[in-house]
Design a protein around this ligand. Structure first.
Ligand SMILES: [Zn+2]
Length: 107
């Protein structure tokens, strides 16, 4: 008789998904940059870089798309980025569990 798969983690996963109304794909990065001017504070020693600039990067139809966000926008949508990250983490955990269960059952 094959091994039974481990008990499904249903309620725990469901609880973590409850209340997730929005999830923005991609990543929100805070970057500090140098500009093109030769005599600028960003070229000084030590340099004072410009920024932070908030760049939202995601993949659309195989292409990387980047959009700048204002600090205010980043604050407003941070929770949506966090939700998407949680979903990715949960999916990864679920897939790893499932692969282990498959290997245990089928060898
Ligand atoms: Zn500069």
């Amino acid at each position: 008789m094959p091994n039974q798969p481990p008990e499904a983690p249903g309620p725990r996963f469901t609880a973590q998904l409850t209340g997730l109304d929005y999830a923005l794909p991609g990543t929100l990065a805070r970057r500090f940059m140098r500009c093109g001017k030769t005599s600028c504070r960003c070229k000084a020693d030590p340099p004072t870089l410009h920024g932070p600039y908030l760049h939202w990067t995601r993949t659309v139809a195989g292409k990387t798309v980047t959009r700048s966000l204002t600090p205010d926008q980043a604050r407003r949508y941070q929770a949506w980025f966090d939700n998407a990250r949680r979903l990715r983490d949960l999916l990864g955990e679920l897939e790893a569990r499932s692969l282990r269960a498959f290997e245990d059952a089928e060898g």
